[in-house]
Design a binder for this molecule. Structure first.
Ligand SMILES: Nc1ncnc2c1ncn2[C@@H]1O[C@H](COP(=O)(O)OP(=O)(O)OP(=O)(O)O)[C@@H](O)[C@H]1O
Ligand SMILES: [Mg+2]
Length: 256
């Protein structure tokens, strides 16, 4: 007997096909992202690891529709991100992608609750209609008691937990995180990564994390390795979460 998976499990949330990005360095065209192909399944937590300068942020910007590939295709729920104009891409970003940044990017004059619900208001939605869900999101992230504070009155770890709530406020099919622990203490970083894991498990969010931190990558279901702009073939780790030591030894095997 064959089991037929539910339709949502068959369409990748995100698909990169042969993606290149050239940059002009010293007057010459140089590929900083080279022939990158991979897919993300719904409710999957995937980490892309690579050293500084390997192209992680460049790749992430293209996946977010903030930059266009020089060649190749990026499909979000089957739709080509490069199709249409900037306004079209912006609309896709607002509806379908949540962002978590290294430097939080909270608006300083808005309270925690206003920051978290801002993406809903930008979509023209009334945050009050989502109050129960937003409350449980704040609860899950342990920031429900901070609703009325301004970002300046938060610790780094609290700011990042608020940004995770903001990224999830519109229930986007995809969440992209660029070095979300890069600006945190080791303990606060560990908490943030544990929360991202919970968000995947409890809310079935799909997260792509780029990081050079093996501890962060170890929390993922799958780890891809980027080196000089290319994914290392047959190097990915599957079946996570992993022990940090397993991520370290794969990095050593790969010489990166
Ligand atoms: N605007 C640009 N113009 C030219 N080269 C660039 C530009 N942005 C990035 N690069 C180059 O592209 C390569 C990849 O950069 P990228 O920022 O994607 O790396 P990264 O893996 O995110 O590094 P880090 O871990 O330091 O954040 C680097 O060699 C970088 O110097
Ligand atoms: Mg970067």
């Amino acid at each position: 007997m064959t089991t037929v998976p539910p339709p949502s499990a068959t369409v990748p949330v995100l698909q990169a096909r042969g993606v290149f990005r050239f940059r002009t360095v010293d007057g010459k065209q140089h590929p900083v992202v080279r022939d990158v192909s991979f897919g993300l399944r719904p409710a999957e937590f995937v980490a892309v690891m690579g050293p500084s300068g390997s192209g992680k942020s460049t790749l992430l910007h293209m996946l977010a529709g903030l930059d266009k590939p020089s060649a190749g295709q990026i499909l979000l729920n089957g739709d080509d991100l490069a199709a249409g104009d900037e306004e079209h891409r912006a609309a896709i970003r607002r509806k379908r992608i949540g962002f978590i940044f290294q430097f939080f990017n909270l608006l300083p004059d808005l309270t925690v609750l206003e920051n978290v619900t801002l993406p809903l208001r930008i979509l023209g939605d009334n945050p009050r209609r989502h109050q129960a869900r937003i409350d449980s999101l704040l609860q899950l992230l342990g920031v429900q008691g901070l609703k009325d504070r301004l970002p300046q009155a938060l610790s780094g770890g609290e700011m990042q937990r608020v940004s995770i709530a903001r990224a999830l406020s519109t229930q986007p099919p995809l969440v992209l995180a660029d070095e979300p622990t890069g600006n945190l203490s080791s303990k606060a970083g560990e908490e943030v990564i544990a929360l991202l894991r919970q968000v995947v498990t409890r809310l079935s969010a799909t997260i792509l994390l780029v990081t050079h931190n093996p501890r962060d990558a170890a929390a993922a279901d799958r780890v891809l390795f980027l080196h000089d702009g290319a994914l290392r073939a047959n190097a990915e780790l599957t079946g996570g979460p992993f022990r940090v030591a397993d991520v370290f030894s794969r990095l050593q095997e790969l010489g990166i």
